[in-house]
Design a protein around this ligand. Structure first.
Ligand code: LLP
Length: 443
């Protein structure tokens, strides 16, 4: 199912996945043992896959881009202490989009100089917090630009909507013109003028065109669009920008037929776009930043569930139920995303049955995977869904008051808990019961 010659984002399972005595192992740990020890459902994150992805990004920039570069991890994909610390140890900075993500990155020990704050409606409190810490602010709109002028001087970038379309789910496209994010081409000159007359230390421009993108051309085009704006900023407004951030967006393989480009190919396309455009415009190469999320973390994680009941609707389909669902993986119900699964304790058995994996939530749409072949499953089997590292934990909910599930980081036979399973007490952590409701009312 996987091969080490693939880049992490092209591999369905984490890079270290192997089969031993019919069981799936990741990071040298048997999935069945992990579930026994840490319970189910469980996110299992492969440290080696994350490190490899970080290294491939950094290495490709060194190979293809003669200027300076900095890879940031888009922590919206999965923000927690261990992951922030892990990617920082690999030399990455972090893209944050809220005070909460900022707090997490700082608590993980990430240097504020490597943090970039995004968001289309940052609060004054979030801006003040970020500025006090020395974080770079990626300014999204005029209101924010005005607000920043009332606050202590900030290091900023401007976010543009470059007008580039890419083929991905409508909800995760962001660079086309009909977008809530960033300054449109018809607004950007006004924004540049405001910056030129302000105390703000504006170091460059940013754009992000969308997510789960398999084409390279949009990102190649992005380079030339952005360099054009860098040239205008300089020629018309005397603003010399030194940084350019071209966002994230590289896709990953969720199912066999997905065929994303490698990290190396993506970086090559992006850097060629920027280098060519700089040469044409006779501009020096800017420090080039990018901020991938999904392609750094998505393929590194699997979710392990326990199989429960089975229901066959004759002539229609067989449902196999697992002990999680839309609360730990909201992507199928939100974006109709496709996934695959395998049985960690039956790796040597052929896939003989066409099944549908249903979650345990009180909602008919809580289906993780539809009509795909699986080995004959029994209650208690461990069903593993690959490619659940990006936007699963980060969009997880407590729907039906299910406690959020635990996550372990595995590496060379060692497993460390990085997110504790919530308890029922945790679910009531924020609840108050007003005094007048405390005595049951008998009618
Ligand atoms: N930079 C900005 C400004 C972004 O908005 C995003 C993602 C990224 C970087 C990282 O993009 P990536 O490399 O992960 O594609 N919840 C959706 C994805 C939403 C993406 C939001 N922005 C999903 O589950 O597919």
């Amino acid at each position: 199912m996987t091969s080490v010659t693939l880049a992490p984002n092209q591999s369905l399972l984490p890079l270290t996945a192997t089969t031993q005595a019919g069981h799936l192992t990741i990071g040298g740990c048997d999935l069945v043992d992990l579930v026994q020890q840490y319970g189910s459902p469980l996110y299992v994150l492969d440290e080696e896959s994350v490190r490899q992805a970080c290294r491939q990004y950094r290495q490709a920039f060194q190979t293809y881009y003669p200027g300076q570069s900095q890879v940031l991890y888009a922590s919206k994909a999965w923000s927690c202490l261990a992951i922030c610390a892990l990617v920082a140890a690999e030399g990455l900075g972090i893209d944050i989009v809220s005070g909460g993500e900022l707090y997490t990155a700082l608590e993980a020990g990430v240097s504020p100089q490597l943090l970039y704050l995004h968001g289309n409606n940052k609060s004054r409190a979030e801006l003040e917090y970020a500025i006090a810490m020395g974080v770079t602010i990626v300014v999204d709109n005029f209101l924010e630009l005005e607000l920043l002028q009332q606050l202590p001087p900030a290091r900023i970038m401007l976010r543009l909507t470059p007008g580039i379309e890419c083929h991905t789910h409508e909800y995760i496209q962001t660079g086309h013109l009909d977008s809530k994010f960033g300054f449109d081409p018809n607004q950007i000159e006004t924004a540049l003028e405001m910056v030129a007359h302000s105390q703000l230390n504006c170091v460059g421009l940013h754009a992000h065109i969308g997510s789960q993108i398999f084409e390279l051309q949009p990102h190649r085009d992005l380079g030339s669009v952005m360099i054009k704006w860098l040239a205008i900023a300089q020629a018309k407004f005397g603003l010399t920008f030194t940084e350019l951030n071209i966002g994230g967006g590289l896709g990953i393989r969720y199912i066999e037929s997905d065929d994303p480009p490698s990290i190396d190919a993506w970086v090559r396309a992006v850097t060629e776009g920027v280098s060519d455009a700089c040469a044409k415009a006779n501009l020096p190469l800017p420090k080039l930043l990018c901020e991938p999320g999904r392609s750094l973390i998505g393929s590194a994680c699997v979710t392990a569930y326990s199989v429960g009941s089975t229901k066959t609707v004759p002539g229609i389909r067989t449902y196999i139920t697992v002990d999680g669902g839309m609360s730990d993986n909201p992507r199928p119900i939100t974006y109709q995303s496709s996934y695959r699964a395998l049985l960690a304790n039956r790796m040597d058995e052929p896939a003989t049955e066409l099944v549908t994996i249903a979650g345990k939530h009180c909602e008919s749409g809580d289906v993780l995977i539809r009509d795909f072949p699986l080995a004959a499953a029994q209650p208690g089997d461990i069903l593993v869904v690959p490619a659940t590292g990006a936007y699963n934990y980060s969009m997880a909910s407590n729907y039906n008051r299910l406690p959020k599930i635990a996550a372990v980081l595995v590496n060379q036979g060692e497993a460390n808990l990085i997110l504790k399973r919530e308890t029922y007490q945790d679910l009531l952590r924020q609840d108050y019961l007003p005094q007048r409701l405390q005595t049951p009312v008998l009618s």
